[in-house]
Design a protein. Sequence first.
Length: 115
Amino acid sequence: MYCVNSNQYVQVEMPKTKNVTIAVLSPNDEKDFLVRQVKIKNGGSIPNHINTIQHQQFILSGEAKVVIGDKVYHAKKGDYIYIPSGVNHSYEACYNTDYEFLCMITTKEDTITFV
């Protein structure tokens, strides 16, 4: 059991992205799932890519264009996003605001392929 404030985690730059930071909020020895806090600055982006594991995301603040497969979403605070494994997706903070979300994934090995 644990209770830790997310401000205690260090945000690091996410590779191959523009103006994006990430912090893994789950302990290193977590066996079931991981929670990551992702922040995309206004004008920032995560390029189109595919993961071998599914994602569940909850938007904490801001707005962004999120493309999942062939669908484009205007995601905003309070929205919940599900991305199946094997489906390409990308993010763009293009609505004059920063975008922040929690991303929940399993601890299974993940392979990321940029498209």
